[in-house]
Design a binder for this molecule. Structure first.
Ligand code: EPU
Length: 425
């Protein structure tokens, strides 16, 4: 069966302007939130990526409709829901699909789904989701691979999340909007995408305060109505291109970025002696040709984003000295190191810590994308390497980046998508 590969000729400095898409991780919960009412919900600034298509298919199997209405705008309607069971064959394809559980349970009193799939980056339990649903009064049972949650009507309560799970918070936030009484979620995730979801839900008639802090208060309402909502820019896409500019010693001007969401990256880039100029809705990143080694800890927001850890690791292979990365969110998010070593990187891994010895000269070879972000990191490595890099399993990148090769090409990269039944070399 034909596969797609990226073929990259390294060595070109990236230059130019680039518009950043809407955030994948804000688009997906926003789509799930459309299940909470019977009216049209219009979401703007949606990226055209595979995970959005998967969420659209999940909603369709439940009876909802979704329709592109131009310019990244999606019209969703959940008036005629006829199933409360998310299809396992789709749920195992990404983790975000599990977020239909909260809205279905809240509006219809019933929801079922198998444990979600997604990137292989470490243990990814759903205990905080299930514990939260149970605290809100749902009865949780298991039928073969599926979890089934049922309740006549959810009842507001106090929930303490063992871990400030990002989509766990979003699932519970959505569930609590139509609950009877007030819900207080403690140790909630303060990620910007959670704040964006809360803003959208409030526009739909929800009464949510505290989003962006670790205590969120939701006063349940009887029903929600339709709205139009523009989702926030993708800080992870912006971060990927910012690091790409630095890795290639280029200069890239990013538009439609929310720099306030990117403090930890901006700080680390500056510490590594990359020239970063954050502005109002824009950011310019310029490589200075003399990278300093830095230490990075990947942490929940506002800490350094785990999703940019691999790309930053590639950057650090070019720094003049020894850098240390400590991945503290996922227990297996350093697997990309074995691929990077094939390109000449000198990196020692012990548990969740990587010691990167720089500077190294990266050279092109055949590597494999392991997940969305490691795939993007390998593409950046290919841009910096000498010779040709081929990346296999690029469907991972398509889940989270809108035609990444076209964007990088517009900045001067030599990068092609090749369809072949065998690796290009
Ligand atoms: N965790 C638990 N119990 C749970 C849920 C999570 O212990 O019930 C732990 C996990 O084991 C993990 C940590 O919490 O160690 C982080 O998981 P979290 O639940 O916060 O992640 P997520 O919500 O599943 C979202 C993003 C990820 C991003 C993380 C961290 C979406 C769709 N996904 O995942 O994005 O890495 O938050 O910010 O929003 C990506 O975009 O490539 C991606 C993987």
């Amino acid at each position: 069966m034909p596969n797609e590969f990226f073929v990259i000729e390294g060595g070109n400095r990236l230059h130019g302007d680039l518009r950043i898409c809407g955030a994948k991780n804000a688009a997906l919960p926003a789509m799930a939130a459309s299940l909470l009412c019977a009216d049209d919900v219009i979401i703007e600034n949606i990226p055209e990526i595979e995970d959005v298509a998967i969420m659209g298919q999940v909603l369709a199997t439940l009876g909802a409709t979704s329709e592109w209405i131009g310019n990244g705008r999606l019209r969703l309607n959940a008036r005629s829901i006829h199933s409360f069971t998310a299809p396992s064959e789709l749920i195992i394809r990404n983790r975000a699909s599990f977020m239909v559980m909260g809205p279905l349970l809240s509006r219809f009193g019933e929801a079922a789904a198998c444990p979600p799939g997604g990137d292989i980056i470490g243990q990814r339990p759903i205990d905080v989701h299930l514990m939260g649903f149970a605290a809100l009064g749902a009865e949780i049972s298991r039928q073969r691979e599926k979890y089934i949650a049922k309740a006549d009507r959810l009842t507001g309560c106090k929930i303490f999340m063992d871990y400030p799970s990002h989509i766990g918070t979003e699932n519970l936030l959505m569930a609590a909007t139509l609950a009877r009484g007030t819900t207080v979620i403690k140790n909630a995730s303060p990620e910007p995408e959670v704040v964006d979801l809360a803003m959208m839900l409030n526009k739909m008639g929800a009464r949510i305060s505290g989003a962006g802090t670790n205590t969120i208060i939701i006063e349940g309402v009887e029903e929600l109505h339709g709205t139009t909502h523009r989702i926030i820019p993708d800080r992870l896409e912006a971060g990927t291109f910012a690091i790409a500019a630095a890795i290639t010693d280029g200069e890239v001007h990013l538009q439609d970025v929310e720099c306030a969401h990117m403090d930890s990256l901006i700080w680390k880039l500056a510490e590594a002696k990359v020239d970063v100029k954050p502005g109002d809705n824009e950011m310019t990143v310029r490589g200075t040709g003399r990278l300093e080694p830095v230490n990075v800890q990947a942490l929940p927001y506002p800490g350094f984003a785990t999703d940019l850890q691999a790309a930053f690791g590639v950057l650090l292979t070019r720094a003049n000295g020894v850098s240390v990365i400590h991945e503290r969110v996922y227990d297996s998010r350093l697997l990309y190191v074995s691929e990077l070593r094939k390109m000449g990187a000198r990196i020692e891994v012990s548990g969740q810590t990587a010691v990167i010895i720089g500077p190294t000269h990266l050279h092109g070879t055949m590597v494999r994308a392991l997940d969305i972000r490691s795939g993007a990191a390998l593409a950046l490595a290919g841009l910096a390497a000498s010779g040709t890099t081929e990346i296999a399993d690029i469907y991972h990148l398509d889940r989270g980046y809108q035609r990444i090769e076209e964007k990088l090409r517009s900045l001067g990269a030599k990068m092609e998508r090749v369809t072949s039944s065998v690796p290009p070399r």
